[in-house]
Design a protein around this ligand. Structure first.
Ligand code: FAD
Length: 486
């Protein structure tokens, strides 16, 4: 008599796809029944996912469940403490192994290692792979065997050493035991209600949506990516960030398709390289956070934690609501609130406005982004906020303070972006659109703009705010600024 092998638990994390999924492929190769599970753990060690991310998670899990059903399986949903839920599933099914693609955020990474140790005592094997990054953190080191703190040499080593995994589409069928209890996504209530603030979210979460977004980008934006990616009104970037965050596409898949387009002469090699470099920033962020876990809460360059941050609730609220009186800042913050996403150029402008013009602690901005972005990603968010605040590993120079008027004039010269998100000033001529308070009275009257009524007057004077920021920054940077490691 042959006994069937003990089932494998396939623990889905931020790898919500079937193609190019190492844990799924390894699980299928065992020939054992596979139990796909997603655990919604809201305990002390968790994703820190905000409202917009939960909106996405809801749809992405539904799409994953549909894909699994098409292969004869289904997604088991459990909520609670991850280890307890895994143990409950092991008891119910007799599973002997747990396969997963790892999370590399330090708290989750350490918690998962604890779970693996605890289960090992009961003869349950836990195995993990990298299914989300170009290369596993810890594997890209400089000549002295230390983590890189500067992006360019990191990217060079990353691309020279990392091996693309073979492209796979996942097993055609998956044998999953029937009769296992599962909660439902409706039970979890991840979609907002009372009020439903997501009506402007125009996204297709899930693996198919990720693939469509990439195909759209290959057919459009990639051709002039290095130029157009800076113009928020242009369809110049891929909008892949939430798909990548939730693991609906492997970054290597995006790299290979972009490189194939260059090899086929459809786009220039330089455009493909630029896009791959941006994906490199994603890995750089993840590697930095993995190697320097303290950066979620403290400045990478410790002297920056001496910044004399201001308490300014009114300023913070005006920023969050897109009512600062600076049109490009307000357009960005409204795009974020309405769609769950903001263009990269505008993220830099609004972040600079918060930490430099308003002199408000970057951690408050990071938290707001974490709650409102569909692509909120602890590593990328923290790294980029610290980049803007000048406190990060390979950060912008401290004296770079974005001027919201010149940034608007340069990157939204025709005003398409501002007019879309700040319609109350749409009738202003281009010349005054990015600084309405400088417009002559009759221009404002003709455009039916009453400053202070229809649209706020600027909440601060940028020139004065810049001087204040530079003075504060100079006091903290005196000793260590010019000390790059490489
Ligand atoms: P594309 O230009 O098409 O780039 C392709 C991919 O490369 C992106 O999807 C992303 O995965 C990666 N990438 C591009 N730029 C960066 C970057 N600067 N840092 C890290 N990865 C990058 N990105 C997030 O994914 N999550 C965040 O929480 C996040 N927070 C940010 C906060 C601030 C203050 C700033 C300035 C940037 C932040 N970014 C974050 C980076 C960047 O703005 C987004 O990744 C990008 O706008 C996503 O749009 P896209 O997919 O069209 O990018």
């Amino acid at each position: 008599m042959t006994t069937s092998p003990a089932p494998v638990i396939l623990w889905f994390r931020r790898d919500l796809r079937l193609s190019d999924n190492p844990a799924l492929n390894h699980a299928a190769e065992t020939g054992a029944p596979v139990i796909p599970v997603y655990i919604h753990d809201q305990g002390p060690v968790q994703d820190r996912a905000g409202g917009a991310s939960l909106w996405w998670l809801d749809k992405s899990l539904r799409a994953l469940d549909d894909s699994l059903k098409a292969r004869g399986s289904r997604l088991i949903l459990r909520s609670g403490d991850s280890e307890s839920e895994l143990r409950r599933l092991i008891d119910q099914t007799g599973a002997a192994t747990v396969f997963m693609n790892r999370r590399f955020e330090p708290e989750l990474f350490a918690r998962d290692a604890d779970i693996a140790h605890a289960l090992k005592d009961d003869d349950i094997e836990v195995r993990g792979w990298n299914g989300s990054l170009i290369c596993r953190p810890g594997a890209v080191l400089n000549g002295s065997g230390l983590p890189y703190k500067v992006f360019t040499p990191f990217l060079k080593t990353l691309l020279a050493s990392a091996e693309p995994p073979p492209h796979t589409t996942g097993p055609r069928t998956l044998d999953t035991p029937t009769g296992l209890d599962s909660e439902t996504l409706d039970d979890w209530g991840l979609h907002p209600s009372k009020p439903d603030w997501s009506t402007g979210f125009d996204w297709t979460p899930g693996e198919a949506g990720a693939s469509e977004a990439l195909s759209r980008f290959l057919a459009g934006g990639l051709k002039s990516y290095s130029r157009d990616r800076d113009f928020p009104a242009a369809p110049g970037c891929s909008r892949l960030s939430p798909h990548l965050h939730f693991g609906e596409i492997h970054p290597w898949r995006a790299i290979e398709r972009v490189r194939a387009a260059a090899d086929a002469g459809k786009v220039s090699q330089a455009e493909a390289d630029k896009f791959v470099a941006e994906l490199g920033w994603r890995d750089f962020s993840a590697h930095l956070l993995h190697n320097f876990p303290q950066i979620t809460d403290t400045a990478f360059r410790p002297e920056y934690d001496r910044m004399p941050w201001r308490d300014d609730e009114a300023g913070f609220e005006a920023w969050c609501k897109g009512r600062t009186g600076y049109p490009i800042v307000d357009a960005g913050m409204r795009q974020l609130w309405t769609t769950g996403w903001m263009h990269n150029r505008v993220r830099m402008i609004v972040a600079s406005f918060l930490v430099k013009d308003l002199l408000i602690d970057w951690r408050r901005g990071e938290a707001w982004f974490r709650d409102t972005l569909v692509d909120a990603d602890l590593a990328s968010n923290v790294q980029n906020w610290q980049w803007v605040a000048a406190s990060g590993a390979d950060a912008a120079p401290y004296f770079r303070v974005f001027n919201p008027v010149t940034q608007g004039t340069k990157f939204d010269a025709k005003g398409h972006y501002v007019r879309r998100w700040v319609p109350e000033i749409a009738a202003l001529p281009d010349k005054w659109l990015h600084a309405p308070w400088t417009a002559p009275v009759e221009v404002l009257r003709d455009a039916r703009v009453r400053l202070g009524h229809d649209y706020p007057r600027p909440i601060l004077d940028h020139g004065e705010a810049r001087d204040r920021a530079l003075e504060a920054l100079r006091t903290v940077t005196a000793s260590r600024y010019d000390d790059p490691e490489h």
